[in-house]
Design a protein around this ligand. Structure first.
Ligand code: ZN
Length: 191
């Protein structure tokens, strides 16, 4: 496996719409190796997720995993999930304010309004159908990653730019209040 460079804001690739993957592509060893590299790069950077487009490959693939994550210690756990050609559909109009960060936006966090409940349809890395529902903080993570495939960064969705902060100032001034939001959301949705 290979750890790859992560595109940073300003890199044109982050503003491309990623292309659908075909079943023929999934079946190739090159695609499977790429997915391994995507996961390895996400782990190396302590990301909660990573989209292929963030490692300069504009295809509709992303990986998501939350274990004991030092970047996001309050996030509920998510088992390793690889989505190919994902489509998200809101299950209700309920939303919550998520304080997000991104491996492609160095040292910046901000509040983004996210749907609280989403249906996820996709293929897994072998082309098997995924059809499931995600809720709460986990739903926010899925929306962040799928946004990358449509050339959207979280900062594009920050409605109040006064919430933007560095990671140090987040820890100093925002984290305690946001942990209370996380507790409320996890209490309601279980994730
Ligand atoms: Zn991101």
């Amino acid at each position: 496996m290979t750890i790859l460079a992560i595109a940073q804001i300003g890199a044109p690739v982050l503003r491309e719409r990623a292309l659908e993957v075909t079943r023929e592509e999934i079946a190739t060893p090159e695609f499977q190796k790429f997915v391994d590299d995507l996961i390895e790069t996400m782990h190396d950077a302590n990301g909660a997720g990573l989209a292929a487009i963030q490692i300069y490959n504009p295809i509709r693939v992303c990986a998501i995993e939350v274990g004991n994550n030092p970047r996001y210690p309050y996030k509920p756990k998510i088992p390793l999930t690889v989505l190919v050609n994902p489509v998200l559909t809101p299950l209700s109009n309920e939303r919550f304010d998520n304080y997000e960060g991104c491996l492609s936006v160095p040292d910046m966090r901000g509040v983004v309004s996210r749907y609280a409940e989403m249906r996820v349809t996709a293929w897994d890395r072998h082309g098997n159908a995924i059809d499931r529902e995600v809720r709460g903080i986990t739903a926010g993570t899925f929306q962040h990653e799928v946004d990358h495939l449509d050339a959207t960064l979280f900062i594009d969705r920050v409605a109040d730019t006064r919430t933007l902060c560095t990671w140090k100032e987040f820890a100093r001034h925002q984290e305690a209040a946001f942990r209370a939001v996380v507790e409320r959301v996890v209490g309601r949705f279980g994730s």
